[in-house]
Design a protein around this ligand. Structure first.
Ligand SMILES: CCCCC/C=C\C/C=C\C/C=C\C/C=C\CCCC(=O)SCCNC(=O)CCNC(=O)[C@H](O)C(C)(C)COP(=O)(O)OP(=O)(O)OC[C@H]1O[C@@H](n2cnc3c(N)ncnc32)[C@H](O)[C@@H]1OP(=O)(O)O
Length: 215
């Protein structure tokens, strides 16, 4: 991004620096235990939604979970400084909120990411919950506009067509791209397929570039 300010307008560089009212995010490089810690937490999430355990086991699990929370609580950091979400080499960028997918293409032509939905994401009848797909699409759209060199934008609308049920524990692929840009508006679209190319869901969305200071 090297566009210069002209006619008193804000340059693309300045807009990028502003990130609207967002903090400026930089990549995090945590120690070797962060990735395995997040993976262990994901396994715990899978188990928390799937166990049928006796109460004495739950009492022990509760005590261990409370001890773990007490261990970590002193290290809570504010947005932009927490490690989770800023580690490019980890599934979901190391954020437990994000789907544990790995980015494999990230450029102005588009973004491609690959992964699975896990037991934690179960909706009904062995399929992913319909509310989890917008999270995947919204995140790919955020990355797509970023990879296209646009400042951080907010999703104004996001439309999803659920074409087939989305299975758990099956490797899937999502690809997003910018279809067209009109000033602050980037119209984006993405497709979620299995590895054979079968379309499971597609989405289009409007990402609106934030004004300086805008939340
Ligand atoms: C991380 C560090 C390491 C590096 C990381 C590397 C990679 C990662 C990179 C990036 C990060 C990756 C991912 C980020 C993840 C996800 C991004 C998610 C984004 C979100 O998940 S964010 C949450 C949900 N989102 C909201 O919380 C929005 C609430 N909302 C608003 O904040 C306002 O609503 C806003 C700002 C959208 C617009 O408000 P506004 O006042 O600024 O502008 P205005 O209303 O004038 O609209 C301007 C033009 O858009 C048109 N327009 C607006 N809305 C429309 C609609 N719905 N339908 C059709 N057209 C619409 C108007 O018609 C006008 O068009 P026109 O100019 O042609 O008249």
């Amino acid at each position: 991004m090297s566009e210069q300010a002209t006619n008193g307008q804000t340059s693309v560089d300045e807009e990028y620096e502003h990130h609207g009212g967002f903090p400026k995010f930089t990549a995090a490089t945590p120690g070797p235990n962060f990735g395995p810690f997040i993976e262990a937490m994901r396994t715990l999430q899978d188990l928390a939604v799937s166990i049928d355990a006796p109460d004495d086991v739950l009492a022990e699990a509760r005590a261990q979970a409370e001890a773990l929370a007490a261990l970590l609580a002193p290290y809570e950091a504010k947005e932009g400084e927490a490690t989770g979400g800023r580690v490019i080499g980890l599934p979901g960028r190391g954020s437990l909120l994000m789907l544990p997918w790995m980015i494999e293409k990230f450029d102005a032509e588009g973004v491609r990411s690959r992964g699975v939905f896990r037991r934690y994401h179960l909706g009904g009848n062995a399929a992913a919950h319909g509310g989890v797909l917008p999270l995947l699409f919204d995140d790919i759209f955020g990355m797509t506009v970023h990879a296209a060199g646009r400042p951080i934008s907010r999703t104004a609308y996001l439309h999803i067509n659920y074409r087939k049920v989305t299975p758990l524990n099956v490797p899937l692929v999502i690809e997003g791209r910018v279809d067209r840009v009109e000033g602050r508006k980037a119209f984006v679209s993405a497709r979620l397929t299995d590895e054979a190319g079968t379309l499971l869901a597609d989405s289009d969305a409007l990402m609106v570039q934030l004004l300086p200071g805008q939340q």
